[in-house]
Design a protein around this ligand. Sequence first.
Ligand code: NAP
Length: 214
Amino acid sequence: MEVLIKRRKEIKRRRVLKNKFLGFLFLKNICSNTYIFIDIFFRRRMGHLYLITAFTDKDYVIGNKNGLPWNYREDLKFFKEKTMGQVVIMGYRTFESIGKSLPGRINIVISNEVHGVIYEKGCYMMRRLEDAVEYAKENYPLKDIFVIGGSKIYQDSLEKCIFDKIYVTRICKEYEGDIFFPYSSLITKYQPSSQLKSFYHPELIFEEWIYISS
Ligand SMILES: NC(=O)c1ccc[n+]([C@@H]2O[C@H](COP(=O)([O-])OP(=O)(O)OC[C@H]3O[C@@H](n4cnc5c(N)ncnc54)[C@H](OP(=O)(O)O)[C@@H]3O)[C@@H](O)[C@H]2O)c1
């Protein structure tokens, strides 16, 4: 009799264990499915497409002698904060002017020529802007994509892309330059949505522009 009771207890204990295990599997399954669902949902793309630039108020100068005509630490800091950890797309001359890949970011350089130096410096190379944007969206769906210049790339992207936002650092001071922002292409499709005057440099205004359609 005692043996029989022991046996029954053992069977009951095993049944409880089995149910616990099945419950655990069930929960694990739900968690895993939820995870897959979230993954798929967010992979549809959470990153945004931005253009970021700095130009002079009067003539829309962005560059001089393949470099920046100014040196505002605050603007560089702003650029770094926005683009860090994200994807940046630039023209070959802008890449040349920087002279390296921007650290902590996925760098894509647009060029019609194959320049070994692009790969040596750890950047991707694409022949067309559209391909670069597609590649970034496909491979880095959670990252923001920043078109960072120069003039040709700005022009091309303003014609072909719709940006979620455009970051402009307006420089209220005259600088000599030989490369200009395609301002007319900007104002036909976008308008400023916010402006913030720099506390440290009275000549710097940080603006955000949004799409208003053409
Ligand atoms: N102020 C700012 O916010 C800012 C930002 C970025 C740059 N900049 C300044 O701007 C100047 C550089 O600009 P940039 O206009 O001379 O040159 P860029 O746009 O940076 O690069 C031009 C080169 O990129 C390639 N490229 C550009 N558009 C292309 C397209 N649609 N399809 C295929 N390839 C394309 C071509 O390279 P290949 O000839 O190799 O084919 C072209 O020669 C520098 O002075 C830089 O300092 C200023």
